[in-house]
Write a protein that binds this ligand. Sequence first.
Ligand code: AMP
Length: 614
Amino acid sequence: MLLRSLQAPLLLLQRLMEAAQVVTSNGNADGDYQYEIISWFDSVSKNAAMVQTETLGQILHLNYGVEYLKKWFGDMKIQDMDACALESLYASLVPLASHADFEPFIQRIADGDTAPILTQQPITTLSLSSGTTEGRQKLLPFTRHSSQTTLHIYRLAAAYRSRVYPIREGGRILEFIYSSKQLKTKGGLTAGTATTHYYASEEFNIKQEKTKSFTCSPQEVIFGVAYKQSTYCHLLLGLLFWDEVELIASTFAYSIVQAFATFEEQWEEICSDIKDGTLSSRITLPRMRKAVLDIISPSPCLASQIEAICRDSKASNWYGIVPRLWPNAKYVYSIMTGSMQPYLKKLKHYAASLPLVSADYGSTEGWIGVNLDPCLPPEDVNFAVIPTFSYFEFIPLNKKKQDLTSGTVGYIEDEPVPLSQVKIGQEYELVLTTFTGLYRYRLGDVVEVAGFHNGTPKLNFIFRRELILTVNIDKNTENDLQLAVERGSEVLNKYGGELVDFTSHAEVMHQPGHYMIYWEIKGEVEERVLGECCGVMDASFVDHGYVVSRRTSSIGPLELCIVETGTFNKVLDYFIGNGAALGQFKTPRCTNNHILLRILNLCTIKRFHSTAYN
Ligand code: AMP
C-alpha cells in the first residue's frame, strides 16, 4: 500500500470536518449530520488498525523533512514506502520522548524561528497546558487541526448524547467557560490555553450554529479573563434565560462546583440585578459590563420566583438547586473522571435527580477518546479512542510486586504496542503522535482498556503517572491519595463536615519525612473527629513501601493540616495569575511548589498527627 493511496480515508475525514462547518438552512441537516457522524465513527472504529496506520502515514507524509524527524529518518525517502513498513520503521527509528525533549524545539518556535522544526505548516499559535497537574505550564503547538478536532469530537459526542437525552433546537447551554490571558511570545506567537483558542476560533461559532444550541453568555463574558466577574455574569444570564436552558456544562466539573459555591454567596445580588435590570459593581470590565447590560432588562417577577427558590433551597443546603432553577435542563455535562472525581459528590448534591453526563477525554496535546455511553454513571465512564485524530501507542505497565528501588514508579514497562494490539484489563501509558508535531510523545496518563467499540479500544482513565507521594521506598499515585482522602472524608461526613478541596505534599526536609495532607472543610467538627480522619487516611495508604516505612518509623506520622475557608480560592487565584484558566483548572493533588506551600502553610489553622502506627 503506497502512501499516496491513503487519500481515500483521509478524504472521508476531511469531508466530515468540512460538513461540520457547512451551516445550512435545512432544518434537518443536523439530524442527517448526526446519523452521518455516527456512521463515520462506526466505519473508522471497525477499521481502527488500518486507519491508525494510515493516520501515521499522513502525519509523516505532511511533515516529511521537518527538523525533528530528519534527526531520526535522515534523508530516507519515506514517500514511496508501504504504510505498514513505515509504521514499523517509525517505531524502530524515532524514540519515545517526553515534553522535556520537545521543549527546546517548541521554545525556538515561540521565539520566532519559522523553519520547519516540528511541522511543515508554520505554527502560529501555542497552547499552554493547565499546568495544575505538574505545577508547571507546558507550551504545546496548536493548529487549525486542533480546533477542528475539538469541533469534531464535540459533535460526535453530542450525536451519541442526543440519542439518550435529546435537547430542543434553539435552546441554550449554561456554559461555565473561561478564557485565559492570551500572551504574545518573544517571536510574536499567540499563547493561551487550548480552550481559549477554541472559543476564539471559527469552529466555536460553527458548533453553536450547527447544533442550534447557544451559550447564554456573549464572548465578552467568556473572554473577560477575570473569572469571578465571568462566573457572576454566567449565572446571571443563565437565570435570565432560565426557560431556554437545555443543559449545564463546563470543561471540568470543578468549574460548575465553583460556580455554585459562588451562587450560594451571591444569589441575592444576582436576584437584585435581575429585578432591576442592573449589573453589580463587582463587574468592572467595561466591555463585559456593556455586553451584559445590552442583554438584561428589569424582570421583577422572575427575580421574586428565583428568590423564593433560593430561600427554600438554602434551608436544605442547596440540594437540587440546579433542576429547581433550570427545570427544562436535561443533564449536566462536564469531565467528571480522574482528578474531578472528588467534586462529584458536591455536583450530585446540586444536581439531585438531573443526570450527570461525563465528558470526553483529551489534553492540550490532543483529543483522545469519546464517551459513547452517556447513560453510564460518571464513575463508570470510558472513552473510545478516535483513531483518526492522532497515532496512538500504548506502553504496557505491569505493577511490580515489590518495588524497593527508585526509578519509574511501581511499574515494569514493556515495549509500546499499537492500538490494534492492546488487551482488555491491561494498564498502559498513552503515547501520541499528533498532526501538531509531537512524535511518540509520552502523555503521562495511565489508562486501562475496558473493552472495545468495534476495533477501537475503550479506555478507563486511571490517573496521571507522575503525580505521586514518595518519601523513600513508598510510592503512592494520585489515585492512592484520592482513595485515602475518600476514606478520611467518610469519617468527616459522618460527623456533619464536608471536604471542600485538598492537596498534599511529601515533606522530606526534616527526618523522618512524612506526608502532609491539606484539607479545606465546611461545617463544625470536633478536633477528635479530625484526628480520627488523619489516622484513617494514614492507614489507608496500603502501598507496601509505605506500610513498611511507617512500621519502622522511616516515614513519620501523616500530618493533616486544616486550612482556613477560602484557601483553595487563593490557590486558584495564584494559578490564574500565572496564566491558567478556570475552565481548565485542576487543583494540584500533590505539590512541591514553594509559593503554593507558603500559601497553604500560612493558611493552616489546625494540625493533626496520625497515631495509626503508634
Ligand atoms: P491539560 O492539558 O492540562 O488541560 O490537562 C489534560 C489532562 O487532564 C489529561 O492528560 C488528563 O490527565 C486529564 N483529563 C482530561 N480529560 C479527562 C477525562 N475525561 N477524565 C480524566 N482526566 C482527564
